[in-house]
Design a protein around this ligand. Structure first.
Ligand code: FAD
Length: 445
C-alpha cells in the first residue's frame, strides 16, 4: 500500500514517521518548500533562532511520547529558572506577573473594580452555547481581565482577535468547566480538591515547564523525517483513479492508495477545489493571522535587567504592532553565545494596527523595544522571518469546519486530513492529531 503525506510541517512529518514505524505501508512525504513548515530553527551569527515555535509544555503527553519513541529524549532541554519571570506591558510600564494568582490581587495591577468583578465570578450565570473569547471573558471576569490578562495571552499565543475567536474551539476545557461547575473559580477549587488540577491544562500552564531541544524545535522535525522518503514538490490537485488517488504536483504526479493532507487550509482548498467544491467552500471559513518574527542580538551588558526573564506581552490597549517580546536566550540555553542576548519580537497578529509586511520591521521592532523596555542600544545582529499566514484562527464557525473534515474523510475513503488548521495549533495538538490519524487508519475508518 502506498501512502502519500502532503505537507512536511510537524503535523505531516509526525504522521509520516508514525506510519513508517507502526505500519508496513510505503510512505512518501511531499513538501513544497522545506521540512519543518512553521517549526524551523536557523543558526546564524552565533545565535539559534526559532522562526516559529520555541517550545512546548512538559505536561503535554503526545509530543513527549513521540520524542520518546523516536529516541530524541537526550536532546530535550528545560527552560531556565529566570524564565519563570513574565511581564505585561500595561499603562506605559512593565508589570511583573506573580506566579501566585493571589499575589496578583494584592498588587496594583488590577483596579478595585476588576477585583470586585472577580469576586462576583461564582455568581455569574453560565452560558452553554459557544461564544467569542471576548464575550466569555467580559461576561465572567470583566473587561479589565480581558484587556490586561486573558487578551494578551490569547493574542500572544494565537495571534488572533478575541472578538472573533471561538471559546469552544480554542479553550474547550475552560468552557467545559463553566458548563460543569457553573463558575471558573468554583470549578478550579473543586478540581484542586479532586487533585485533578495538575493534570489539567489550565493549571498545568502554571505548574509545568517549557521544554525545547538543544538545537531548536526544527531539529526534532528533521529528526523525525530523516528515514522517511521525501520529495520536494507542490501538490496542485487530487483526483481518483480506479480506487486510488492521483496527486498532480508542479513537477510530477503521484499515485497512492491512501493520502494524508497536512496542509494549511488555504493550500488544501486549492488542492481539493475541483475534487470536492462543497468541502473547499468550508475551508474559506478559516482566517489566518499574519506574523513576523524579528530576532535581534545584543551585548547583554547593554540591556536592562528585564532581559533576565521570559519576556512580556501587551495589554490589548497597548498593542501597536507587536504582540510579544521574548528573551529567548534567557528562556533556553544554546540560543546565544556567552555575554549575548537574543530577543525575538513577534510583530503582527490580527490586532496589529499596521500590516507587518509593509513596514521596515527592524525599525518597528526597535521602536517597540524602546517604548516598552527602554532598550535602545544598537543591536549587533538582526534576522527576520515573515509568515504572511502564520496561525489559523478558530472562529465561531470552526465546529462546522471540523465536521466537514470528518464528512469529507467518510465520503472519500482513504483520504485523511490533519494539521493545525483543524485540530489545535500547538505543537502538541499537531502531534496528537497525527496519533489520531494513525489510529483512524489502523481501524480502517
Ligand atoms: C511565530 C509562531 C510561533 C509559534 N509558537 C509556538 C510555540 O511556542 N509553541 C507551540 O506549541 N506552537 C507554536 N506555534 C504554532 C505551531 O508552530 C504551528 O501550529 C505548527 O508548527 C503547524 O504545523 P503544521 O504542520 O500543521 O503546519 P505548517 O507548519 O504550516 O506545515 C504545512 C506544510 O505544508 C507545506 N505545503 C503547503 N502547501 C503545499 C502543497 N500544495 N504541496 C506540498 N506542501 C505544501 C508547507 O510548505 C508547510 O511546510 C507558533 C506558530 C508561529 C507561526
Amino acid at each position: 500500500m502506498k501512502v502519500a503525506v502532503v505537507g512536511g510541517g510537524i503535523s505531516g512529518v509526525s504522521v509520516a514517521y508514525l506510519l513508517k514505524r507502526h505500519t508496513k505501508y510505503d510512505i512518501l512525504l511531499i513538501e513544497k518548500d522545506r521540512i519543518g513548515g512553521k517549526a524551523y530553527s536557523e543558526k546564524r551569527g552565533g545565535y539559534l533562532i526559532e522562526t516559529g515555535p520555541n517550545g512546548f509544555l512538559s505536561n503535554k503527553a503526545e509530543i513527549k511520547k513521540l520524542i520518546a519513541e523516536s529516541g530524541f529524549d537526550s536532546e530535550i532541554i528545560e527552560s531556565k529558572d529566570e524564565s519563570n519571570r513574565k511581564f505585561i506591558f500595561s499603562n506605559g510600564k512593565l508589570w511583573e506577573i506573580p506566579r501566585n494568582p493571589a499575589k496578583m490581587l494584592l498588587s496594583g495591577f488590577l483596579s478595585p473594580q476588576a477585583k470586585l468583578k472577580l469576586l462576583k465570578e461564582p455568581f455569574v450565570k453560565p452560558v452553554f452555547d459557544d461564544e467569542t473569547v471576548e464575550s466569555f471573558v467580559k461576561r465572567r471576569l470583566g473587561h479589565e481581565f480581558l484587556d490586561k490578562i486573558i487578551g494578551p495571552m490569547v493574542c500572544g499565543v494565537f495571534a488572533g482577535d478575541p472578538k472573533i475567536m471561538s471559546m469552544e474551539s480554542n479553550f474547550p476545557k475552560i468552557k467545559e468547566i463553566e458548563r460543569k461547575y457553573g463558575s471558573l473559580i468554583k470549578g478550579l477549587i473543586s478540581m484542586m480538591r479532586e487533585k485533578k488540577a495538575k493534570a489539567d491544562s489550565i493549571s498545568g500552564g502554571f505548574s509545568s515547564k517549557l521544554l525545547s531541544f538543544k538545537n531548536g524545535v526544527g531539529s526534532f522535525v528533521e529528526h523525525l523525517s530523516k528515514d522517511v522518503e521525501t520529495v520536494k514538490d507542490e501538490v496542485l490537485s487530487v483526483e481518483s483513479v480506479g480506487g486510488r488517488y492521483r496527486l498532480l504536483g508542479k513537477t510530477n504526479s503521484y499515485v497512492a492508495d491512501i493520502v494524508v493532507f497536512s496542509l494549511p487550509s488555504y493550500s488544501l482548498k486549492r488542492v481539493v477545489k475541483n475534487f470536492d467544491s462543497e468541502f473547499a467552500d468550508y475551508l474559506n471559513e478559516i482566517p489566518y493571522a499574519p506574523m513576523a518574527v524579528l530576532a535581534l542580538g545584543f551585548e547583554s551588558s547593554k540591556l536592562p535587567e528585564v532581559k533576565n526573564s521570559f519576556g512580556y506581552l501587551f495589554d490589548l490597549n497597548e498593542i501597536e504592532d507587536t504582540i510579544g517580546v521574548l528573551f529567548d536566550s534567557s528562556i533556553f540555553e544554546h540560543r546565544a553565545k556567552q555575554g549575548k542576548t537574543l530577543i525575538r519580537i513577534m510583530i503582527g497578529g490580527q490586532l496589529s494596527k499596521e500590516s507587518p509586511f509593509k513596514s521596515n520591521l527592524v525599525a518597528m521592532g526597535m521602536k517597540e523595544l524602546n517604548r516598552s523596555a527602554n532598550i535602545h542600544y544598537p543591536f549587533e545582529f538582526a534576522y527576520k522571518k515573515v509568515h504572511h499566514k502564520a496561525i489559523p484562527v478558530y472562529t465561531l464557525g470552526h465546529k462546522r469546519v471540523k465536521e466537514a473534515v470528518l464528512d469529507f474523510e467518510k465520503k472519500h475513503k482513504g483520504i485523511f486530513i490533519t494539521g493545525n488548521a483543524f485540530f489545535g495549533v500547538s505543537l502538541n495538538d499537531c502531534v496528537k492529531a497525527a496519533y489520531n490519524t494513525l489510529e483512524k487508519m489502523k481501524s480502517g475508518l
